[in-house]
Design a protein around this ligand. Sequence first.
Ligand code: ADP
Ligand code: ZN
Length: 749
Amino acid sequence: MVELCEVALPVPLRTTFTYAAPQALTAATACGMRVVVPFRNRAMVGVVVANAQEEERRDQVREISEVLDSEPALTPPLIALGRWVASYYLAPVGEVFRAMLPPVVEVRTVRELSRTVAGAQYLGELEALEERTDEERAELAVLTAFAADGQAEGAARLRRLGGGEAAIGRLLRRGALEARVVAKRRTRAPVEFESDAPAEWAPDAPRHALNSEQKRALDAVRADLAAREFRVNLLHGVTGSGKTEVYLGAIEAALAAGRTALVLVPEIALTMALSRLLEARLGREAGVTVLHSALPDGERSAAWWAVRRGAARVVVGTRSAVFAPLERLGLVVVDEEQEASYKQEETPKYHGRDAALVRAKLEGAVVVLGSATPSLESYQNARREKYRLLELPMRVAERPLARVELVDLREDFRQTHSTRALSERLRTAIAERLEAGTQALILINRRGYSWFQLCRSCGAAVECRNCSIALTYHKQRGRLVCHYCAHSRPVLSACPKCGQKYMYFVGEGAEQVEEQLRTEFPRARIGRLDRDKVRTQQEYRKILGAFAAGELDLLVGTQMLAKGHDFHRVTLAGVVSADLALGLPDFRSAERTFQLLTQVAGRAGRGEMHGDVLIQTHYPEHYAIQAGARQDYHAFFEKEAQFRRAMHYPPFAALANVIVRDRKLENAAKWARQLAAILAPEEERGLKVLGPAAAPLARLRGEHRMQFLIKSPKRTLLTQALTRALDACTEKGIPDGAVLMDVDPIGLM
Ligand code: ADP
Ligand code: ZN
């Protein structure tokens, strides 16, 4: 008797589907293998995740049409991890597994057409006509292209017939043709795995003698590795305290014990430098492999399978690399664990760090979370002794932390009456660096030239037509651009509301600060680093390489600048405005401000030379800015923890952001009312349900958005409530996809 399997398919549904295993396989051996199955009218690639329960309508179960793998792509712990992600984040299980699997390069899907019985009849009618219109002639050509039995034809060839495309559409609608999507094996040879990284910019890898704090931290992690048990360490080390060296030692220890290591970093751009450092230190045998979503499909597939087959023992990657198919996992490092980029903003909305913790638990691995500014969640876990806290309170080689000075912009304005982005104090400091031949970083955390265009007469800002947000002015492109949906339009000379010609620009972005610097310092060599200027990894490496080589004096840019880089000749870091994040309606805005300031401060004075940091602000008394200036994490944590506890925010409550959306406002409002009724009884179980209210981004990409915030004193209560709510939405006929759940949200827009 054939066996039945549960197959996860990439569709937005919270279920798996039952298929019969092909003759040669049992359901148990098929577990973890990718398969092609018929789903509705098309072939789809999914993955077998379990033996299926006995089905009543066994005879109606369709059979797996092709097995793509000769060995399971996913190991049992990875299948368990996928199931955890799906249930914890309320995500469609098939979409979770698609995110875990390598890109499907083995097959391509093509649309095939076949002629139906009705089609054969219609063909007869067309043939019998004395005269035919152009449309009928095209339909006749398409229908006669099929063999007598109506056999399938590739759609591409038929479309090339005159008028074919439109004729096919009409014939499909009248039932004369049937379309289905089939999977075809690709014949071309697979891409070879090539671990050789391009050699434009190579850090050398000197082995440092560890200082006593580094040694103590490393010894603790080594002891955990020897115990072969799940354990989490929070490595809290100030910027420049040598955390990387501790990671390296831990990875060496894991490899020496015959196990593998996974290293997560918050940005694709940081994978390259770290992987080369690891390769230099660990040697080629370690097979250091980089995995991230920007690799071309062929390369990513090849690298993924190299890891799966055991050729790679160390993986360095971004968020999605948490699913790297390493076996005998011994160590997981999450660098800059507080970074928002670990949270995926599309479905499945998982947090890479938290998925890494669950994975390590499933595989009995040791975790090191590293940060100069740990998230409140992680630090609170360390305080409650769920994690072991390892501290590196000093910079290496007795280098002092950079000296931070706050520049009060109100005071600067009173004295200079200048509205330029750069204060007198910051300009003087830059001039001194140029004079001395050292380097400076200038951080401005806004893209574009101006924040928005405003009418002086009626006060209206120019908004996006799809989103309730002002358009940002990009001078080089000469357009107003939406940072949410990428819609753009020409700059306006008259107000669209009142017709007056008094349009002006408000606020400075990176483009404008670069322009002001070029005017102010015409002889300086200036580079800019932001997503508008730098679109590829090559461009990114080129600019950073030029700065590292001393070919640039000043580097201006967005927070891309603040992350992780180790430049030794930077003696000044300037922050154009510390206040931007503080204005956002988000309970994490103080934390984000503190983190950014600490990170920027961490970029200066990393070499032999002393570093200064200048932070411009309108709110020098704000606790996030005060603590950021002193680089005093503990003071910040105490203050922020008080606020979070009082307001029932994480880490003192579990939080979910639920958005109800539709192109029609009345639908979004109706479904939000229904959901409010569904959620109401949860309040008796101890949950707090805030909303429905218009979301901060009330319109996004043409959709209206209503928002609920749900707070729960207990995690399990939250998961249960959200699961029940989604089931009830389905029962009430609220469409799948209209209700978006974000568990442990990072942004609340
Ligand atoms: P961070 O804690 O900010 O991640 P890094 O790991 O980048 O710091 O280390 C900062 C610098 O100190 C690097 O250039 C690194 O090579 C160097 N370094 C690390 N450990 C030592 C040590 N024990 N003695 C001297 N230099 C060290
Ligand atoms: Zn938009």
